[in-house]
Design a protein around this ligand. Sequence first.
Ligand SMILES: CC(C)(COP(=O)(O)OP(=O)(O)OC[C@H]1O[C@@H](n2cnc3c(N)ncnc32)[C@H](O)[C@@H]1OP(=O)(O)O)[C@@H](O)C(=O)NCCC(=O)NCCS
Length: 157
Amino acid sequence: MTFVDKKGSPFEVKAYGAGDYSHLEAMYDSFSPKAKFQGMPPLKGETRRKWIEKLLDSGENLLAWREKRVIGHVVVIPDTRLEDGEFLIFVHQTDRNLGVGTQLARSVLERGKDLGLRKIWLMVGAYNFTAIRLYRKCGFDFYENPGGPERPMVIRL
Ligand SMILES: CC(C)(COP(=O)(O)OP(=O)(O)OC[C@H]1O[C@@H](n2cnc3c(N)ncnc32)[C@H](O)[C@@H]1OP(=O)(O)O)[C@@H](O)C(=O)NCCC(=O)NCCS
């Protein structure tokens, strides 16, 4: 799907495909800040590559592209036994606040519905106001307040 960002520039959202790995790795190599969001994306190159591979192996991965550059990545890791999934999203710092994360999130939520998931959950830093704004806009709600630095949110599909 092709979308237009808040500045009028197009970007595409597509399922991760064979041949995309080096582009995704390049996004995370230059991602900033690293290790700030529950330790993600990991700081050390080898740990980061293993983390990317684990997400690719275990989840439904969508990428946002501008021409040949990956600018965002969203993943839902389904637990088909529980009919739920964990949600993670990262947009490169050069492309934040342009609506890319919103379109990635909406696209992966549709994918979750197609997979038969009933709910999707995530953990967000209590002061990550940009992420909280994005999640609320897409329909996530806080569902309890354990009082720590991170808060759980959930959306029922
Ligand atoms: C969180 C993240 C994925 C959002 O992606 P994005 O492409 O910037 O998101 P969007 O532009 O679609 O939406 C961001 C929204 O937050 C709003 N926003 C920006 N700064 C804000 C702030 N300080 N307080 C409240 N809202 C803010 C924007 O105005 C926008 O809302 P709007 O479209 O209603 O105006 C991206 O910032 C990111 O990758 N951050 C680092 C990693 C991270 O935090 N991941 C999530 C936790 S694991």
